[in-house]
Design a binder for this molecule. Structure first.
Ligand code: NAD
Length: 363
């Protein structure tokens, strides 16, 4: 597929390629849709197999950001950047300042942030060249590590799913399995433990498992065993594509609610498979939006309390998705896409009405 065919297929507004031989920077910024506001999304640094693989990744990720911002009620569009390179060996101040100058050149249509392979420190270099950057440290007035707000949003979203599926207002006594005890998973486990849930945990890092066992009275289980547990909620907080042809038949849970991105290996097929098994899925890009909500707060002057309050909105958003899913008899991930598209369409229409009325007045 050509670049334009790729853009048309996914509905992108703009794709920018940039290169700076002095700093070794080669990158792409994709702006998917700016109906709701300027596009915002992280900058991923990754050693891609090919330039085409980098393009497909940035197109896919930026489109995802449009849906995430729209469903979360944010006035932001979807964008993403990729820098082609090895983040362990090729990072430098020159590289990120150069990237910052390219972002500045986009005039605010794209706002960057940290992502896989980039850090708060890198974004602070970017900041020296442009104000169109978020994910700066708390010390510099930024929002700092987003994972605590992400974990809080997942906890709130899990409560919505438990209410919808099990008609319970509390997580007390529920059996919940957390896969991955990293930045989000460990904070989530803490919230769940405090609410009286019985926890089952797994991680490839034994130290994290030992910590959860000690701090939260959790039961440690094997990496594959986590799928087979007779539990109420499964919370994937490690990798993508964990809900697939192999794992779905093993599941005995009632609810899936976790932070990991792209949990369904094939979104349509596996969304349907889970629905037909009676398992309620909290769509990943909705329940893990706390991180985006957190960085988006930087644009208005960061306030931690406001970020947490906004993350609580995930409860009502999920309830609306579950309702639409039930009424239309469609998987929750599809219901969520529809609701996000409806908001964009509605506000896009309003924008065109507004623009045309302004034009009329001018005429
Ligand atoms: P992290 O790297 O801090 O934690 C991931 C954890 O998963 C690590 O402890 C790792 O050892 C463990 N892990 C890796 N492979 C595993 C496996 N096969 N089985 C069990 N555990 C395994 O990442 P994070 O920031 O906690 O993010 C977790 C997930 O949530 C990721 O998919 C991320 O994309 C997504 N997410 C994170 C945020 C955020 O604010 N950090 C926001 C939105 C989405």
């Amino acid at each position: 597929m050509t670049v334009f065919e790729n853009m048309i297929q996914r509905g992108h507004e703009q794709v920018n390629f940039f290169s700076d031989p002095n700093s070794g920077l080669n990158g792409i910024v994709a702006i998917h849709n700016t109906t709701l506001g300027p596009s915002l999304g992280g900058c991923r640094m990754w050693q891609y197999e090919s330039e085409e693989a980098a393009l497909v990744d940035v197109l896919r990720l930026s489109k995802g950001m449009t849906y995430k911002a729209a469903i979360s009620g944010l006035n932001l569009g979807g964008g993403k950047a990729v820098i082609l390179g090895n983040s362990k060996k090729e990072k430098s101040e020159t590289l990120f300042r150069s990237f910052g100058r390219f972002v500045e050149g986009l005039g605010g249509r794209y706002i960057t942030a940290e992502d896989v392979g980039t850090s708060v420190k890198d974004m602070e270099w970017v900041r020296t060249e442009t104000n169109h950057v978020t994910g700066i440290s708390r010390a510099l007035g930024g929002s700092g590590d987003p994972s605590i707000v992400t974990a809080y949003g997942v906890y709130i979203g899990m409560k919505a799913a438990v209410k919808a599926k099990l008609d319970k207002d509390s997580l007390e006594g529920l059996k919940i399995a957390v896969q991955g005890l990293g930045h989000v998973g460990m904070n989530l486990a803490n919230y769940l433990y405090k609410d009286g849930a019985k926890l089952f945990v797994t991680d490839i890092d034994q130290k994290s498992v030992e910590k959860a066992v000690k701090d939260f009275n959790a039961i440690a289980v094997g990496l594959d065993k986590i799928y087979e547990l007779d539990i109420d909620v499964f919370a994937p907080c490690a990798l993508g594509a964990v809900l697939n042809d192999i794992t779905i038949p093993k599941l005995k849970c009632s609810i899936i609610a976790g932070a990991a991105n792209n949990q369904l290996e094939k979104s349509h097929e596996h969304g349907k498979a889970l629905m037909s098994r009676g398992i309620l899925v909290a769509p990943d890009y909705v329940i893990n939006a706390g991180g985006l909500i957190n960085v988006s707060n930087e644009l208005e002057g960061y306030n931690r309390e406001r970020a947490f309050n906004q993350a609580e909105g995930i409860y009502d958003t999920l309830m609306a998705i579950f309702k639409r899913s039930q009424e239309a008899d469609i998987p929750t991930n599809i219901a969520s896409d529809y609701l996000a598209e409806e908001r964009i369409r509605m506000l896009g229409d309003l924008k065109s009405i507004y623009t045309s009325s302004v034009k009329k007045i001018r005429i």
